[in-house]
Write a protein that binds this ligand. Sequence first.
Ligand code: ASP
Length: 311
Amino acid sequence: MGNYAIAIHGGAGSLMTGTVSPEKEKAYHEKLTEALELGYSILSKDGSAVDAVEAAVRVLEDSPLFNAGKGSVFNNDGVNEMDAAIMNGKTLKAGAIAEVHTIRNPISCARAVMEKTKHVLLASNGAEKFAKESGLEIVDSSYFYDEERHAQWVATKNNDVDYSWSGDGMPAGTKKFGTVGAVAVDKEGNIAAATSTGGVNNKKFGRVGDSPIIGAGTYANNKTCAVSCTGEGEYFIRNVVAYDISALMEYRGMTLAQATAEAMKKVALLGGEGGLVSIDAQGNISAPFNTSSMFRGWINAAGEKFTGIFR
Ligand code: ASP
């Protein structure tokens, strides 16, 4: 029986210290802690890494603080359109959904795709139909509405895709992504990754980001690592970031820290911004980001807990 550990993120962005109200900062830390503790308690009771990452992501999806599930950003048509993916590092099985509007917890639907179908990615109406057939909770699309996110969209809807965020008294142009993700290793040494997102504010109808693309925003392989990314998804897709980290470890013999640093360097070279959380089968955690903030946290193999927002 090995050490178990979990790491999560609630999105990268350009928040600066002092720009988030103390009340809101506290709320972020509390929600990250709740997600971490739930995931960790599953691992401590011999639960699987897949169970732990799904549970942690569901907590963040249910919170309007993050851009996933409730509180997702709006696309250019004023609609919430969500993507999610999960991967089991033991079996290399993966499931993902894209462009869904009524599935309360997209991550659970991604898991159902992984476990109940021969497919990896279901999109739009097909994914919605599958969720219903699988008995998952379906909600009216108004459930996902959040006033601040809506105001953010109204302020930017006549622009081209706009990643900027000026809610919560933050200066206009402040970028905040807010996708959520989790990676974990269980007592058996199996690892898993999960990511869920509303995408980016004011995205074009039908735009799919990196989160549900296996190898781009989400990847897990027991031989190497589990990765969940956040940031400007197009750069993470073009760099195949999550799989690149795994490949750097497998073929170049890099450590997790070396591989994540190398992959993030390539994202920055193309001009991309964001970050990721990752873990290996020994419980090492690496969570680099090239933005000024990333909501993140972990409980490591020694049982030490951390949550953070700023650099
Ligand atoms: N990576 C996500 C996307 O491009 C956005 C985010 O991280 O918030 O869809």
